[in-house]
Design a protein around this ligand. Structure first.
Ligand code: NHO
Length: 368
């Protein structure tokens, strides 16, 4: 071993975290030039912790965590103090969807702790938080700050954030970004309104399937109300140079009926079948024009415009022909001219999202 050891603390071990941990285990096994010690795996109410920083055994982590009676260190205070005392570089992996945790990123980054995360909240909430995060990070010029990477906050493991960052850093100018940004919405509409063949399934039944497949956010309303796509566009707009104040500062078409906005996620799932007829009517109207419905996002830098909603597309177009949970994102830039740079592939799901997080962790390791 030649490189200095790195300590990894994981907050959040749900759908995505549970896929990330085996990938981390594999990375530890295959990294021969440095020791990587997992020192914390925390859920909301319990955790596994290696207080002496010698590292956790990940072989039975899920059963060990379920059996654990240890309460996680408080966040941010105890966690920050403990991580600062680690005998080497620390990477915090935030696999939660918590805004509260994201609001503490600047404190962790300022203390030299690196962060990798699929959590969209920090990078899509207020512009003030965005500025604080990047001003505290090493990439933002803070020489002693931690690195901050969030590739999986948009398009799971697809190279979206890195692509747009590279375009901008190399002097290209982003003109427009358009496409299908939600794996859940892609799956819902590709299934409900396929470009070839027919579908007799109810929209609400397909929402159930998307949740079971791990495509949706913890509360599927965050996908269906368009906010998940709005958050992704906010991130891309900011990386393109637009000062978007927050993800609700532009038009968003919500598919969540007003009656189901309040209440628990399970109340929402139970109430959704009552509203199937409204979306059936839109499907029938698109069908009359020989088009299919898709849920898209658009960002126009010159016009300073962002929008999110359903549109009808001619059969045969790239967006109409998408399959499964695929995202397709087109970057129109000065350098790429009329033919955009296009990124396409699975944009949701635990394994592909975890891959984006693991790749970010590797990015940090390569810089240490
Ligand atoms: P879960 O399953 O609810 O797990 C969250 C975990 O965090 C739980 O273990 C919970 O106990 C823990 N937790 C929460 N607050 C905590 C606290 N204060 N302290 C300690 N632990 C705490 O959530 P997921 O599904 O695993 O999601 C995790 C993160 O990944 C979220 O930020 C989510 O937005 C993000 N993410 C997920 C996906 C995906 O495919 N599931 C994607 C990207 C990011 O690219 C994907 C995507 O965009 C999906 C999107 N829905 C789409 O396109 O359809």
């Amino acid at each position: 071993m030649s490189a200095s050891p790195v300590f990894v603390a994981i907050i959040g071990a749900g759908t995505v975290g549970s896929s990330f941990i085996p990938q981390l285990q594999n990375l530890i096994k295959n990294t021969t030039n440095r020791a990587i010690f997992p020192i914390l795996i925390a859920r909301s109410s319990k955790c596994l912790v290696s207080r002496d920083y010698t590292g956790l055994d990940l072989n039975n982590w899920s059963a060990d965590l379920s059996a654990s009676t240890i309460t996680p260190p408080t966040f941010p205070n105890e966690t920050l103090k403990w991580l600062k005392s680690a005998p080497g570089e620390v990477v915090l992996v935030d696999n939660t969807s918590s805004l509260e945790i994201a609001q503490s990123y600047p404190a962790f980054l300022s203390a030299g702790i690196h962060i990798v995360t699929p959590n969209k909240k920090g990078v899509s909430d207020s512009l003030e938080l965005w500025d604080n995060i990047f001003n505290s990070a090493r990439q933002g010029g803070n020489a002693t700050g931690g690195y901050f990477y969030h590739e999986a906050s948009c398009g799971a493991g697809l190279p979206i954030i890195n692509t747009i960052t590279d375009l901008v850093k190399t002097g290209d100018k982003i003109k427009k970004v358009e496409g299908v940004f939600s794996g859940t919405m892609s799956f819902l509409f590709n299934t409900f309104h396929p470009a070839s063949g027919t579908c007799d399934e109810k929209f609400s039944a397909i929402v159930d399937k998307a949740k079971a497949a791990g495509y949706t956010e913890p509360d599927p309303r965050d996908d269906l109300n368009g906010l998940d796509v709005a958050r992704k566009l906010t991130i891309l707009a900011r990386l393109s140079g637009l000062k978007v104040p927050n993800p609700t500062s532009f038009p968003i078409e919500s598919l969540v009926p007003a009656e189901l906005e309040a209440g628990s996620a399970s109340d929402f799932m139970a109430g959704l079948p009552k509203f199937d007829s409204a979306i059936e009517e839109r499907k029938a109207a698109a069908e009359k024009e020989n088009k299919v419905l898709r849920f898209v996002g658009k960002l126009d830098v010159d016009k300073n415009q962002v929008s999110v909603g359903i549109e009808a597309f001619e059969r045969g177009t790239a967006i109409a022909s998408l399959r499964g949970s695929d995202n397709v994102i087109s970057f129109f830039t000065e350098r790429y001219g009329a033919n955009p740079l296009v990124v396409q592939g699975a944009g949701a799901g635990a394994e592909v999202t975890a891959m984006g997080i693991t790749a970010d962790l590797i990015r940090v390791l390569e810089r240490l």
